[in-house]
Design a protein around this ligand. Sequence first.
Ligand code: TYD
Length: 134
Amino acid sequence: MEIKKFSFEIHGDKQGELVSLEEMKNIPFPIRRVYYIYRTEAGVVRGKHAHKSLEQVLICIHGSCRLKLDNGRGETEVLLLDRPNEGIYIANDMWREMFDFSPDAVLMVLASEYYDESDYIRNYQDFLNYVRKE
Ligand code: TYD
């Protein structure tokens, strides 16, 4: 399974570090929405859905968490997100779960579309059926 990882340039200097994200430059889509997940309770698994039409980049800008990706075709991968300058690109047809959040974790997500509940596939069996029909 091919996973696109972005390593964003760090503009570090004596003052500290800075990372800049720009649509159609280091983020390969128009950024319509930004959301972030924080203060996630221990043991919680978030996500557990796929999208029909959405591009996203996930960046754990503080702390750490794990991301499990499942393409519905028998391939899965678990990634550790623990670098504020690393982004994982996820497009359609990918089941995702986020877990093992450190207490200080802030997971920021850039998305190509506004929030739209009808774009979600929230049932795993529906996801498998959706992928197989394609
Ligand atoms: P949900 O998609 O269940 O979060 P996760 O997949 O990370 O566990 O979203 C939680 C709640 O937040 C749900 O009521 C929908 C709402 N929400 C928005 O209003 N806008 C958004 O952009 C997102 C991602 C969620």
